[in-house]
Design a protein around this ligand. Structure first.
Ligand SMILES: [Zn+2]
Length: 102
């Protein structure tokens, strides 16, 4: 296994109990920043070379766009499951008119 060097330049004193995510953040802070343009909204931002979006909001938007059909299918299945359980719990609910429709 590769030995990880925890003694990197950080704002806070390094502790042996430091979490992996904190270490990742500290490493990212040491990386060279580049200027980029968000692939979703087109806003300029500065971040690590790998970064593609200005915010987690835009990253989530991009994910939803590229996985749209997959997410729709998931939602359809979830809706069908909910509908089925609702019909099983109250079998006559579908036959009865809604109290608000009178
Ligand atoms: Zn953006």
């Amino acid at each position: 296994m590769r030995q990880v060097d925890y003694h990197i330049t950080m704002n806070t004193k390094p502790r042996p109990t430091r979490k992996a995510s904190e270490l990742g953040r500290a490493l990212a802070a040491n990386r060279r920043l580049v200027e980029g343009t968000c692939a979703v909204c087109g806003k300029p931002f500065s971040g690590t070379a790998k970064r593609m979006y200005c915010s987690t909001l835009c990253a989530a938007k991009a994910y939803r766009r590229s996985h749209q059909e997959e997410l729709n299918e998931k939602r359809r299945k979830k809706y069908a499951r909910q509908k089925k359980t609702a019909e099983e719990e109250t079998p006559s609910a579908a036959a009865k008119p809604s109290p608000h429709s009178q």
